[in-house]
Write a new protein. Structure first.
Length: 251
């Protein structure tokens, strides 16, 4: 029975991941997420059910369009598989329905803005404005402890990033500022602050490593959302343990 539940959660996450690809690609381009139906961006052929099976269609087709043989972006199966995996991790690590749903909401937002940032280097306000009332409704239904921690998290996420954007004079984008404010409403002050510092840590380590290996050129624009995904998910899943470990080191 447990294996069946896990399988359903993975499939559910993968299917949503396929939808998140559509949202992340179409919303920044001001396109409808409903019409036109999914099609090959190269030849325009409408995709069939066989072309739309998440992850597996990409593998069976060898990463190419069945008609024109143009390459299909690997972002599609990566987001689908990652969403399924992260939904499962949220389920396995959760100690309550509230915690599991909170994880699914956070993963959903991050996967959509990840697609958008990788494709356009943009975090659309439309996406953030959709999740903001959704997160607010979730926190009304499931209060943080203390209750004001959600509001403090939103304020901290906004203020911290806004200050850095002001000091760096554009080094931090407005989309990043608003994204952390929205995430702070969901996860609270402690985890959003930790998530920010982990995001910058991952960004610095991977960025410096990329430059040393020649993958990233100096002053080359690099999407920041992939590092936000790593930082915020590490904070959400392991934040309490990381904070406890740090406090044990200094006290």
């Amino acid at each position: 029975m447990y294996i069946i539940i896990i399988s359903y959660i993975i499939i559910f996450g993968i299917i949503l991941g396929s939808f998140y690809n559509v949202v992340g690609l179409r919303v920044p381009a001001n396109q409808s997420i409903i019409t036109p139906p999914s099609h090959c961006p190269s030849c325009g052929r409408r995709l069939t059910i066989l072309d739309l099976v998440p992850v597996f269609s990409y593998i069976f087709l060898g990463g190419k369009c069945r008609t024109c043989h143009s390459k299909i972006s690997p972002i599609y199966p990566i987001i689908e598989a990652a969403t399924g995996f992260l939904f499962l991790i949220s389920f396995l690590r959760a100690t309550s329905i509230e915690e599991m749903l909170c994880g699914w909401l956070l993963v959903s937002l991050l996967m959509i803005v990840l697609v958008s940032d990788l494709e356009y280097m943009l975090i659309p306000d439309k996406i953030l404005m959709f999740f903001l009332p959704l997160f607010a409704a979730f926190r009304i239904l499931y209060h943080t402890d203390p209750w004001w921690d959600a509001l403090a998290g939103m304020a901290a996420g906004f203020a911290l990033l806004a200050l850095i954007a002001l000091i760096s004079r554009g080094g931090m984008g407005g989309g990043d500022v608003k994204l952390f404010a929205v995430m702070g409403l969901l996860v609270g002050m402690k985890l959003v602050i930790l998530g920010f510092f982990l995001s910058t840590f991952f960004g610095a380590v991977i960025g410096i490593g990329g430059m040393l290996l020649g993958f990233i050129k100096r002053r080359q624009p690099v999407p920041f959302v992939p590092f936000i995904v790593l930082g915020m998910l590490t904070s959400f899943f392991f934040g309490d343990q990381l904070i406890a470990f740090y406090l044990n080191l200094i006290f």
